[in-house]
Design a protein around this ligand. Structure first.
Ligand code: SAM
Length: 240
């Protein structure tokens, strides 16, 4: 099984761990964690697969809710960190597009800000849907396609004007190298249609869609977050 990536994740793992810290960054801690956990509670999930689990923070949060988890990620240093922080947890090196798990083994499959990092979206979705039991929840948190169309530096400042967020080439799917805080990775921009079609082609049914607002954090960050489309959450169901 491949354990290296050419997308910057191996080289960026230490900086990623440092940047996320124990509690997670602004978006995770103050925008996404609570509504993501609420969806899992509502879906009565007992066993969840977290694809692109990184250093395992969301698995740890799910496990604190009593959910049994498997976390999968190709970046060895992140999987090692996850295991170090949660030795009793199940963290495995692997790729979304080559998932080594049983069919229909999970009540929920989670992609928490990971689909934007996966080059083979269709291969990943196929594997994730296969791992989900009929009726199970496919729970996605993602950067919106409006946001990724602004990468790598959507915010522009012109003298005398408030900073603006510019998007461009919305319909052109592409990998974009983004860098901050010692991290340098590829993110994928895809039009929203690409994601929706990938899910619809598996017969998944959309049961929840949210563009969550921040529920805490530094007021300046909150104000900036509220100016542009940033994250969305989708819950799809695999038909019975
Ligand atoms: C932005 S991080 C999100 C990590 C974690 N879900 C979180 O929210 O903290 C994206 C993760 O996707 C992982 N990744 C990259 N390519 C992948 C692939 N082909 N399959 C699964 N995960 C992948 C990276 O190693 C990284 O840990």
């Amino acid at each position: 099984m491949a354990t290296t990536t050419s997308d910057g994740w191996d080289e960026s793992a230490a900086a990623w761990i440092a940047s996320l810290g124990e509690a997670g960054d602004f978006g995770r801690r103050f925008v996404l964690d609570a509504p993501m956990l609420a969806r899992l509670r509502g879906a009565n999930v007992r066993r969840a697969l977290d694809v692109g689990c990184g250093e395992g923070r969301f698995c740890r949060l799910m496990r604190a809710e009593g959910i049994e988890t498997v976390g999968i990620d190709p970046t060895r240093a992140l999987v090692e960190r996850a295991t170090q922080l949660d030795p009793a947890g199940d963290y495995r090196i692997g790729r979304a597009e080559a998932l080594d798990v049983d069919d229909a083994a999970f009540d929920a499959v989670v992609g928490y800000l990971s689909l934007i990092d996966i080059a083979d979206l269709r291969g990943a979705v196929a594997g994730m849907v296969r791992a989900l039991r009929p009726g199970g929840a496919f729970l996605i948190a993602n950067l919106t396609s409006f946001n990724t169309a602004g990468m790598p530096d959507g915010w522009t400042a012109e003298p005398g004007r408030a900073p603006r967020f510019c998007i461009d080439r919305y319909l052109d799917e592409r990998a974009v190298r983004v860098a901050w805080a010692g991290i340098s990775i590829d993110n994928w921009h895809r039009p929203l249609e690409t994601y929706m079609t990938a899910f619809l082609d598996h017969g998944l049914q959309l049961t929840h869609f949210a563009e969550p607002a921040p529920y805490g954090g530094d007021p300046e960050r909150v104000a900036r977050y509220r100016r542009v489309p940033w994250f969305h959450i989708m819950e799809w169901r695999k038909p019975l």
